[in-house]
Design a protein around this ligand. Structure first.
Ligand code: COA
Length: 374
């Protein structure tokens, strides 16, 4: 076929890969066959990392190995820290994260190898260092020094500590842990596809993750969580939700945090984040953001029949944890890197160059015109 077949706009509904990592059927999401509700209620982020990378839940010793392996990898090369000190303080942290992943690739001792053992080592490094970069850049831009990773019991607690310079309490650590679990993988979403496309050329893991970060950044994908917070801040009060929505819909604007390419009966992750948003709102005396969100949810459902996605209640959840909105998408990346890596393992193990066709719609039979005759 010479680029003249049926066009699948946005590749909607096209199945391009076989994958045994995560599945979306109706309103059910599973990682390796286990329902996301079960994972969110029982798991820790590190257990999910093992599950996604290895295909099954870890025994205690394997889990401990992963925990200590990750903990050793939070340290950033001095050259990467220097770069973080040099970039403009008002640079978008997603852009900085993408830049830093490129630099981490240059410093990585396994940079020239795509061998499975080298990729396993890079997987640990990338997973710890994406968090280290996100937190270090935030501290540097706030006029503070990066914090060395302490031996906290768990990835989520370590993340919180190196971001804020203090240990989290139980509620804070659990909220981060749950958010990380819920964002860790999601079948063949746009950023995962981008990572697989890059790896399919046999480019390296850091390059594939940099592609994925650039893709996640957009507001139709991971960038939506930041846009949601900007929306609910702009609305400001429950009474203003309805007039704000009327205006937005009249202008044919999309309401961030609603709708989904695959879920049409609701995103199963949203209810967990909704609960967290309410609990944290109550605990921190900031219930307003939850109430605005809940009212917006009801009205968008009524007017457009659209349901909230993972990004909607994560915004107010992170806000109540004191995290600035421009870090919401980087935090998504700090979790999703685990899913990207699981897909890269799969891609490298059975690679096929991903190269679709386009239906040509340009001029036919055109001819060269000399510069003086144009
Ligand atoms: N607000 C208002 N209308 C929306 C909407 C939203 N968030 N999401 C979808 N729609 C409407 C579209 O305008 C379109 O209406 P039309 O047929 O009258 O033109 C219809 O629903 C289908 O939307 P479309 O964008 O074609 O669906 P999609 O499957 O391509 O898009 C998203 C899925 C996620 C890109 C889309 O729902 C969206 O842009 N949501 C907001 C951004 C967001 O939250 N992204 C995070 C996703 S996890």
């Amino acid at each position: 076929m010479a680029g003249d077949g049926e066009v699948h706009s946005g590749l909607a509904g096209v199945i391009s890969h076989r994958s045994s990592i995560s599945s979306i059927i109706g309103a059910t999401l599973t990682y390796r066959g286990i329902d996301i509700d079960e994972l969110a209620e029982n798991g820790t982020f590190e257990e999910i990392v093992c599950l996604l990378w290895n295909g099954s839940l870890p025994r205690r010793d394997a889990l401990e190995d992963l925990r200590s392996g990750l903990l050793r990898e939070f340290e950033l090369p001095a050259g990467v820290l220097r770069i973080l000190r040099e970039v403009p303080r008002d640079a978008d942290p997603m852009r900085v994260l993408q830049l830093a992943v490129g630099a981490l690739g240059a410093f990585d001792p396994d940079r020239d190898s795509n061998a499975p053992e080298a990729n396993r080592r890079k997987a640990l490094r990338l997973t710890a260092k994406l968090s280290a970069v996100t937190c270090a850049f935030h501290r540097i831009r706030s006029g503070k020094d990066p914090v060395e990773a302490p031996s906290e019991p768990g990835f989520a607690a370590t993340f919180f500590h190196i971001l804020n310079g203090r240990k989290p309490d139980h509620v804070e650590a659990e909220a981060i842990d749950k958010a990380l679990i819920l964002h860790a993988d999601h079948e063949l979403n746009a950023s995962t596809f981008a990572a697989r496309v890059t790896a399919s050329t046999l480019s390296d893991m850091h390059s594939a993750i940099a592609s994925a970060i650039g893709t996640l950044k957009g507001p139709l994908h991971g960038g939506a969580n930041r846009a949601v917070m900007e929306t609910i801040q702009a609305i400001g009060s429950v009474e203003r939700v309805e007039p704000w929505l009327d205006d937005a819909l009249a202008r044919k604007e999309k309401v961030m945090g609603f709708g989904h390419r695959v879920y049409k009966q609701g995103d199963p992750r949203a209810k967990h984040l909704k609960l967290l948003s309410r609990q944290l709102g109550d605990l921190t005396g900031q219930r307003r953001w939850y109430e605005i969100s809940e009212r917006l949810e009801a009205l968008v459902r009524e007017r457009k029949g659209l349901l909230p996605n993972v990004d909607f209640y994560s915004a107010s959840t992170y806000y109540c944890l004191g995290i600035p909105p421009d870090l919401y998408t980087p935090i998504f990346a700090c979790s999703r890197v685990v899913g990207w890596i699981a897909h890269l393992f799969e891609q490298y193990a059975d690679n096929d160059l991903i190269r679709p066709r386009a239906l040509y719609t340009g001029p036919k039979e055109a001819h060269w015109v000399k510069i003086g005759d144009r």
